[in-house]
Design a protein around this ligand. Structure first.
Ligand SMILES: NC(=O)c1ccc[n+]([C@@H]2O[C@H](COP(=O)([O-])OP(=O)(O)OC[C@H]3O[C@@H](n4cnc5c(N)ncnc54)[C@H](OP(=O)(O)O)[C@@H]3O)[C@@H](O)[C@H]2O)c1
Length: 286
């Protein structure tokens, strides 16, 4: 492996994080239809992540086991509180957790959602709160101003440091930037999709973090799997490590948040910090 570290990025200009962080969605369950995972293992994964220098954890109050009893936010607090200096915990509001899992909430649900995250995580202020809309595909034409104004007011109150958007398009970004600064975008990103590539480019130009969710294909494989494997063989790396290095190679504002509930996968994913792809590798992954 090449030992050039992928470095850091400052979310909102002041929260510097390592460009490989941790996605907490897989701690409580591994997939929509999966049962609860073992909380003790989840806490061990979080503690090991902190030992290995993870300083950006992506979570949500609705990341829970199907019966709602195992919750990512509780696991984070149990494992890591008092939090290490410099740890950035990003969360999402928008969906509300119901009997069938998360469903879209309204503007009125946002304050209680922010308060639930503050309470569960045991903090006075949330570092980064994404307004999450839709389901994997950005809901085109949906206005976000009313909801973003609620979050901007909570930020003014001092309950939130930075605001982000999840599952959005360029029109959503432009609309919300008229309300308050946007520090991060989290989308299911496909660099081959022209709209997504243009959105990522405008985020890069404005120093907005771009955080692709599902950087490992959400565990379902990816159209690039064969290409990742070929590049991985050249570097003595794994396909997952190549997928993460590929995200980071796209632009300096790209942050990876691989999700895992496995100690072995955690170690493997963080070792991608020392993998740098060559221009030939990147061309082969297009
Ligand atoms: N904003 C949104 O709407 C949204 C949507 C989805 C996700 N997210 C966020 O993005 C994060 C990442 O997304 P994701 O968890 O769906 O997908 P992902 O990171 O692409 O993949 C996670 C899946 O891959 C497996 N995995 C992890 N490391 C691996 C490795 N080295 N080798 C082989 N398999 C590995 C995991 O299983 P094991 O647990 O067994 O390792 C899990 O099934 C989430 O945790 C969450 O924080 C946000």
């Amino acid at each position: 492996m090449n030992h050039t570290a992928p470095g850091t990025f400052a979310i909102g200009g002041d929260l510097a994080v390592d460009r490989i962080g941790f996605g907490a969605m897989r701690l409580a369950r591994n997939g929509m239809h999966a049962t609860a995972r073992d909380p003790q293992t989840a806490r061990a994964v979080l503690r090991r992540a902190a030992e290995l220098g993870v300083d950006h954890i992506d979570t949500a109050d609705f990341y829970r086991s199907p019966d709602g009893t195992v919750r990512a936010n509780d696991l984070i607090r149990q494992a890591l509180f008092p939090y290490p200096a410099g740890l950035v915990i990003a969360t999402k509001v928008g969906p509300v957790f119901g009997p069938g899992g998360p469903t879209q909430g309204t503007a009125a649900d946002l304050r209680p959602a922010v308060e639930a995250n503050l309470e569960a995580l045991g903090v006075d202020r949330l570092d980064l709160v994404y307004l999450r809309i839709g389901w994997r595909v950005p809901p085109r034409g949906e206005s976000l101003s009313e909801r973003f104004e609620v979050l901007a007011a909570l930020r003014e109150e001092g309950l939130i440091r930075h605001l982000g958007l999840s599952n959005v398009d360029q029109a959503h970004l432009s609309e919300t930037q008229r309300v308050a600064p946007v520090a991060a975008i989290q989308n299911l990103f496909d660099p081959a999709d022209a709209d997504e590539a243009a959105l990522a480019e405008s985020a890069a130009a404005e120093r907005i973090a771009f955080v692709p969710f599902g950087p490992l294909g959400s565990g379902q494989g990816s159209a690039r799997d064969e290409r990742y494997a070929a590049v991985a063989r050249r570097h003595g790396a794994t396909s997952a490590q190549v997928a993460l290095a590929h995200v980071l190679a796209l632009s300096p504002n790209m942050l990876a948040i691989p999700g895992t509930g496995s100690l072995a996968h955690l170690e493997e994913n963080l070792a991608a910090r020392s993998l740098t792809l060559t221009p030939d590798d990147i061309a082969a992954l297009r």
